[in-house]
Design a binder for this molecule. Structure first.
Ligand code: 5GP
Length: 194
């Protein structure tokens, strides 16, 4: 998605440790016009499959997934990262290792929000090692629902998440795939750059 790649080149900040900061337009302040274009693009890409529900993970996935869900005209569910008194009934859980915080945590979705046989599209902002998306897949599968695909805004192609999913036959569609990036020179190469 050219618009997204241009924006990453212009406003993305490359940090040491393979971290790309996009907090001026995705992760902290959000450019809603761009989010709408992202929503439209996911709808176009996944127009060949039935999608009944969008699933993401708190916190930064929520804003994106909410707009994506508008284009699919389906509900959006976000997995929670902490138990809370507001969570009741039967729970679906999976354990995830955080890329950004390097910690292991549980993700939790109330069972009543993902039903057996539903077609689910997983949406997230970044794909790195794939732990977050794997946890979300486990939640969907434990509900007896089907993962129709994983839609990612920015995939870091030099990390293994995307490769591993695709090798397992899981459909991963990323709007921008970073092939390499350099914190010292602030340069970034996308997979389909000439
Ligand atoms: P994974 O579980 O695939 O290793 O990492 C994906 C999760 O870590 C995403 O939900 C995202 O929040 C976070 N993440 C991974 N890499 C980056 C990055 O380079 N920049 C930012 N802002 N978040 C990242």
């Amino acid at each position: 998605m050219e618009l997204l790649k241009e924006r990453i080149r212009k406003d993305g900040v490359i940090k040491e440790g393979n971290v790309l900061k996009v907090d001026s337009f995705i992760n902290h302040q959000m450019d809603i016009k761009l989010m709408n274009e992202i929503g439209k693009e996911f709808k176009r890409i996944f127009s060949d499959v039935q999608i009944d529900k969008i699933l993401t993970i708190e916190a930064s996935g929520i804003g994106i997934a909410a707009i994506v869900a508008q284009y699919f005209d389906v509900p959006m569910v976000f997995a929670k990262k902490a138990q809370s008194i507001n969570l009741d009934g039967e729970m679906l859980t999976a354990s995830v290792v955080s890329f950004t915080h390097k910690k292991k945590y549980q993700i939790i979705v109330a069972k009543r929000f993902i039903s057996e046989g539903e077609n689910v599209l997983i949406i997230d902002d970044f794909l790195a090692n794939g732990c977050a998306a794997q946890g979300l897949m486990e939640v969907v599968e434990s509900a007896g629902a089907k993962v129709q695909g994983i839609g990612i805004v920015i995939e870091k192609g030099f990390q293994d998440g995307g490769k591993n999913f695709r090798e397992r036959g899981i459909r991963v569609e990323s709007l921008a795939i970073v092939e390499s990036m350099d914190a010292e020179n602030q340069t970034i190469v996308f997979r389909d750059d000439k």
